[in-house]
Design a protein around this ligand. Structure first.
Ligand SMILES: [Zn+2]
Length: 350
């Protein structure tokens, strides 16, 4: 759990160039910057924990080196389920792409620090000692002005490395299998512990959710057809019926289409009604378990290599409206990746 302490909400503004801000002032400013961020990336939670823990430790020790934390200490500070296991914590922190999170928002960070009267800002540094030693993260301060000069003459080494690496234009999807994603109480009778066999009572009920709407649409079409044989002046009720029938058919057709696409494409985004409100968007997937075909509530997610926000699956537009893409939740129209459920990899589309 995070150690909390009462701290002033905003550091005392320091006159530019006159007083050297203390490391603690910069940490408090960084915390204020994080407080005004509205994204829900895993990276932002981990950076927030790193800042909070650094503030706590810097209060106890005067001066000296900035505090360093390994992956497990960070997941522990966030109270994440991975906190018991170092390997799982390490994967979590690696996938969250902390460095990219702050790097992609550097202009925002520097503007905020300058707005608070600081000529220095904080950036993330990773120490990788290699061998059996654990990698450690820390926040280090740098001068915004000298960094600008360096950036003009010579591009930032870290940024060049990130942009030129072809792996940064590729993403790897993480998979939460059926049973790990909680369904809503409405979907509980159908999905049970997260999946059901197609050849079962539940499978029959699922088939019903496609067949019943199909029958309703047919019935409405039948009633419309019968109206052709009624010879009387057009009434307002006829028009109202026609509009209602078209609306209901349109909604039902979407339900039929989603069910059909799930069966033929093996995967479709699950409706929000099916997923617990605490969960991130999930998908329904049809897969083979032994001799049986099963439909389960699963989740494919990734971290955007551009801004470290979460990537979720959405349908494309136009002629690709049946194809699933990985879209970054912070910039869904710009940070777009392909999705392949077999290889669980994607490459940048735009
Ligand atoms: Zn992004």
């Amino acid at each position: 759990m995070l150690r909390s302490e009462s701290l002033p909400t905003s550091p005392e503004p320091v006159a530019n160039g006159l007083t050297q801000p203390t490391f603690r002032d910069l940490l408090l400013c960084m915390r204020d910057w994080l407080d005004v961020q509205r994204d829900e990336a895993t990276a932002s939670k981990l950076v927030r924990a790193l800042v909070s823990e650094s503030i706590t430790l810097s209060a106890n020790s005067k001066g000296g080196q900035p505090p360093e934390f390994d992956a497990q200490e960070l997941t522990e500070a966030c109270d994440m389920p991975e906190q018991e296991d170092y390997e799982a914590s390490s994967t979590k922190v690696k996938n969250a792409n902390l460095t990219r999170y702050l790097e992609s928002r550097r202009s925002s960070v520097e503007a905020f620090f300058e707005g608070q009267g600081f000529s220095h800002a904080l950036r993330l540094k990773k120490l990788s000692p290699g061998g059996r030693h654990r990698a450690r993260w820390l926040l280090e301060d740098y001068s915004i002005e000298s960094n600008d000069d360096a950036a003009e003459g010579q591009p930032d080494e870290q940024l060049v490395e990130v942009l030129s690496d072809p792996n940064n234009q590729q993403i790897k999807y993480e998979y939460a299998e059926a049973g790990l994603v909680k369904c809503s109480f409405i979907a509980k009778p159908l999905l049970g512990k997260g999946s059901f066999k197609i050849r079962s009572v539940r499978g029959l009920a699922f088939g019903g959710t496609i067949l019943l709407p199909a029958l309703c649409v047919l019935l409405l079409a039948g009633i419309g057809w019968l109206h052709l044989f009624v010879h009387r002046p057009l009434a307002t009720s006829d028009l109202a019926f026609a509009v209602l029938a078209i609306l209901i058919s349109w909604v039902l057709a979407k339900a039929i289409r989603d069910g059909w696409w799930l069966l033929s494409d093996r995967i479709a985004p699950a409706s929000e009604l099916l997923v617990s409100w605490k969960e991130a968007p999930a998908q329904l997937e049809s897969f083979r378990a032994g001799d049986e075909r099963v439909i389960g509530l699963v989740r494919y997610t990734a971290t955007c290599p551009e801004c470290s926000a979460a990537v979720e699956l959405r349908y494309g537009e136009g002629h690709e409206r049946r194809r699933l893409f990985g879209c970054c939740v912070e910039s869904p129209q710009e940070h777009v990746f392909t999705f392949d459920r077999v290889t669980r990899r994607g490459r940048r589309v735009r």
